[in-house]
Ligand binder design. Structure first.
Ligand SMILES: Cc1cc2nc3c(=O)[nH]c(=O)nc-3n(C[C@H](O)[C@H](O)[C@H](O)COP(=O)(O)OP(=O)(O)OC[C@H]3O[C@@H](n4cnc5c(N)ncnc54)[C@H](O)[C@@H]3O)c2cc1C
Length: 564
């Protein structure tokens, strides 16, 4: 029997105007392609994700014959030197801290402790030798880009880091924003997962060691940068005061200001270029009035056993937390309009556990008993957190504590002064922007600066007058959101002194939007993934206005969720 290929009546394709078919056939794919292209553009403009691909690959036309002078040898300086090692024949890192030139500063630290008589108790603190970095032993956490950069920059990074006691673990699962659980995304897709966990006092020496072992064209000079010599629109040389009091001058193809809180670049250039004083709002500053204490304990085998037995539940309700694999057990971030206590409980490395406590206008616990009392005052704290305090009782006398206060955050808008600045001057890390450490973003901000410079140096000739301006414009696009979001969140607390021309009301929309977004995270996996990506600087800030997230926010406005 011949096959009957005619459609049954109910499947007959309706007659459609061919021009409509053609239009749909053109419009739909064009829309999809345009959306993809737009997102690719936004990702490369607002994040370092695209630039990360090129890190540590050879420069196309070979290295530039000149010297890159890096002022400052902390995170921003070390990362920038690593990047410049691929672009310049010679890289010189100038650093005034004598101790950083010792073998001890390239190895796992073995610092002793010293007793401190605090206002409320006597406690032990680590007697470190990095005198110019006062937060050297304070808790530090890092987002994903640091690990992505380190893996590219230093071959075999994971194994080396692990041998130093660092942990590479999923980033915090048990995060609570004023009682709202921030769920881990169910589907990560291609989003990189995992972050590095380890104390800053280990990470800085590790980075210094890897840089000196792997980049023979990087030199370290013990001295203090105290001047720039300008020629036309470039810094021709950097003057350095050496340890014996003499001065030397280093000719440079590029100069990177990585001097952290000293913000040396702005100081030196303001003297040489008085017109910088005419740039409106070149430097913005506010006082977040926050303080944090770090309380670190040894994580003994008995402690780990006890922790396992607690069966800590995941805040997103997806079973117990695997405390052997996870590094972060609890991170409580308050809405400053509701509560001021910030509390984090993480493994600082393979054999230490650390509590970080503080907040706006906060007291600073330095003993286990004070930490317990502080935590009792906070809202939305699960009972099991107090059981962890109990587990630490046997090692309470081995705790080391660090107190730190932050009374100034600033941003320097070098991007507004592109026409005045020397073409070969760049600045990154805390030298251009210092944010409230409560979200732990400073080290990744230094990574963003170094990777952005790498991307610029791959596209723009070193002698081009657009080098500096392009760098600052790109850096601003990638870091302005860090500044605005942490500043606007801080303004929610009445003790915060806003920047000139702003009030505590400034940023109300961001705070309101967040208050509507948080309750919807557990229902909307796109929102959970977007928040994860934004927290880790892996997506453009515009992603937060995706239709699915806006729909969730709208739903929250119309049908508000019960308060936690
Ligand atoms: C309490 C606290 C907690 C923090 N927690 C975190 C966290 O959890 N996660 C995180 O990512 N960040 C955190 N930060 C921020 C982080 O520590 C900084 O962002 C980071 O150190 C910035 O690195 P940097 O290289 O830009 O500057 P710095 O580390 O300040 O280094 C500047 C360097 O420049 C050198 N220098 C100064 N003057 C000169 C000169 N004239 N010539 C040459 N060299 C000079 C200094 O000696 C120093 O080595 C925290 C900060 C604080 C205060």
């Amino acid at each position: 029997m011949p096959l009957d290929l005619s459609f049954p009546d109910n499947l007959r394709v309706p007659d459609v105007e061919p021009r409509i078919v053609a239009a749909v056939a053109l419009v739909v794919p064009s829309y999809i392609v345009a959306r993809k292209l737009l997102r690719r553009y936004l990702v490369s403009k607002y994040t370092i994700v695209t630039d990360l691909d090129s890190i540590a690959t050879p420069r196309k036309k070979g290295k530039h014959a000149g010297t890159a002078v890096i002022c400052g040898g902390s995170f921003a300086g070390l990362f920038t030197a690593r990047v410049c090692a691929d672009h310049f024949e010679r890289v010189i890192v100038v650093e005034p801290e004598a101790w950083t030139f010792t073998d001890e500063a390239k190895a796992l630290p073995a610092f002793s402790t010293r007793e401190v008589k605090g206002d409320t108790a006597v406690y032990n603190t680590i007697a470190h030798k990095r005198s110019r970095i006062y937060q050297y032993t304070a808790i530090h956490v890092y987002q994903a880009p640091l690990l992505l950069f380190a893996r590219k920059a230093f071959a075999g990074f994971d194994a080396i880091a692990r041998s130093w006691g660092f942990l590479i673990a999923p980033s915090a699962k048990n995060v609570s924003f004023s009682g709202y659980a921030v769920p881990e995304p169910k589907r990560f897709g291609t989003t990189p997962q995992g972050a590095l966990f380890g104390p800053r006092r280990d990470l800085e020496p590790l980075t210094r060691k890897l840089l000196s072992d792997t980049c023979p064209n990087v030199e370290f000079l013990y001295g203090t940068v105290d001047g720039f010599q300008l020629n036309k629109n470039a810094v021709e040389a950097v003057t350095v005061r050496l340890a014996d009091g003499s001065a030397t001058s280093l000719e440079c193809a590029i100069v990177a200001d990585c001097t952290g809180v000293s913000s040396l670049g702005l100081k030196l250039l303001s003297r040489l270029l008085p017109s910088l004083g005419n740039i409106p709002n070149l430097r913005e500053e506010y006082n977040p009035n926050t303080a944090y204490s770090t309380l670190e304990f040894p994580a003994t085998p008995k402690f780990n056993e006890g922790l396992r037995a607690l069966n800590i539940p995941r805040l997103d309700g997806r079973g117990p937390l695997d405390t052997d694999k996870e590094a972060a057990f609890f991170v409580y971030n308050p809405d400053p309009e509701i509560d001021f206590h910030f509390i984090a409980l993480i493994r600082s490395n393979s054999d230490h556990i650390v509590f970080c406590m503080g907040g706006w206008d906060s007291d600073l616990p330095v003993t286990l008993d004070e930490a317990r009392a502080f935590t009792k005052e906070a809202k939305f704290i699960p009972d099991w957190v107090f059981k962890i305090f109990d587990l630490l009782e046997p090692v309470a006398d081995q705790a080391v504590a660090v107190q730190s206060r932050t009374s100034a955050c600033w941003k320097i808008r070098f991007e507004n002064a592109g026409k005045i600045l020397p073409r070969n001057f760049v600045s990154m890390g805390d030298a251009t922007m210092r944010v409230n450490p409560r979200f732990g973003q400073g080290v990744n901000k230094s990574v963003i600066g170094a990777v952005t410079l790498d991307g610029v140096l791959r596209r723009i000739p070193v002698n081009s007058k657009s080098l500096g301006p392009t760098f600052f414009n790109r850096l601003a696009a990638r870091t302005n959101n860090i500044w605005d979001s942490s500043k606007h969140a801080d303004y929610g607390h009445p003790s915060v002194t806003p920047a000139a021309g702003e009030t505590n009301q400034t940023g109300w929309f961001a705070r309101w939007f967040r208050s509507k977004l948080l309750p919807s995270l557990s229902r909307n996996d796109t929102a959970a993934l977007t928040l994860y990506e934004l927290t880790h600087f892996l997506a453009p800030p515009t992603d937060i206005f995706s239709p699915s997230i806006l729909a969730s926010v709208l739903r929250e406005i119309v049908w508000p969720s019960p308060k936690p």
